[in-house]
Ligand binder design. Structure first.
Ligand code: SAM
Length: 289
């Protein structure tokens, strides 16, 4: 396939997440035809280029040098050179670098063109067997347990399906925290090593997934996406109890802390004092950027 490359255009090109056969024909043609390819790790991309028989010059653009590299790359694009952005695997900018470059290109009036393809989050969602009409992509959770549990507590009542990326050495801890915050019975799908030799897709409750991963250390290796069912929608007849935290979280968005704690105490028949401290904490969380 031959493509017509537009001068001064920045192409955002998805690359395989495992199986090199998933490189699109158009993606390869764009990578072959542009003047330069900005890559997250040029050594990783050099291997892909070997497999695809590509010779286009690679230049490194990663989290640590992106801010510094952007002005020079924008100047080249403005001078009419064409550039493609790739990451180590999958779709650039999806838990990968590139945001600053793309934003700067828009600011400079440079044309930005997507060349879509593999993305672990979407691949996992497509096989998860969980509602896919509305989903929330969270990416990586905080690595420390305190902030991770705080973040999961915020997400526990959300109804869209949740997509998480997780490192293999943290999968047990994260499943433990999910069981504690979302409940043992919530359905989830673990998608591991998608498109690779040891590809594993397992759908079960969070408690069952945790037991299965703990019993088999092979499940604690490789690359992992967790897709977690959203909280059930509530209707007017729903008799399931709401937690004080869930009620306060909504009230502090609209009301001063004291009033929110007072209303929650009245609604739940609880003492106001304990709720005040919780409301204060939630207010600080909701106000922080
Ligand atoms: N930009 C990539 C994408 O489009 O999916 C994601 C990059 S992010 C730095 C890497 C994470 O994506 C991994 O830690 C894992 O959670 C997930 N991932 C990437 N490839 C995967 C695969 N083949 N199977 C399962 N998860 C994968």
């Amino acid at each position: 396939m031959t493509v017509t490359i537009k001068p001064g255009c920045l192409y955002v090109v998805a690359t395989p997440i495992g199986d090199v056969g998933d490189m699109s024909v158009r993606g390869r043609a764009v990578l072959a035809a542009v003047d330069q390819v900005a890559a997250e790790d040029t050594r990783t991309s050099a291997k892909l280029f070997d497999q695809l028989d590509l010779r286009t010059p690679l230049t490194a653009v990663h989290d640590h040098n992106e801010a510094h590299r952007v002005p020079g790359l924008i100047a080249k694009l403005q001078a009419g050179e064409s550039l493609a952005l790739i990451s180590d695997a999958g779709t650039p900018l999806i838990s990968d670098p590139g945001y600053r470059l793309i934003a700067a290109a828009h600011d400079a009036g440079i044309r930005v063109a997507p060349v879509p393809g593999p993305c672990a989050a979407i691949a996992a969602l497509s096989v998860a067997g969980l509602a896919s009409d509305r989903f929330h992509f969270e990416g990586f959770l905080p690595s420390r347990q305190g902030p991770r549990v705080a973040r999961l507590s915020l997400l526990a009542e959300a109804t869209p399906t949740l997509i998480l990326y997780e490192a293999p050495h943290r999968i047990v801890e994260t499943l433990e925290d999910l069981v504690a915050t979302f409940g043992a019975d919530r359905l989830a799908t673990l998608a591991r090593e998608i498109t690779k030799t040891f590809e594993t897709i397992k759908r079960a409750t969070l408690a069952e997934l945790l037991a299965w991963v703990m019993a088999d250390s092979n499940q604690q290796r490789g690359e992992i996406v967790l897709v977690v069912a959203g909280a059930p929608e509530r209707d007017a007849e729903d008799t399931r109890p709401l937690s004080a935290e869930a009620i306060l979280r909504v009230l502090v968005r609209e009301l001063p802390v004291k009033q929110a704690a007072g209303l929650a105490a009245e609604l739940m028949g609880l003492k106001r004092n304990g709720l005040y401290d919780m409301a204060l904490k939630l207010k600080q969380e909701s106000d922080s950027p």
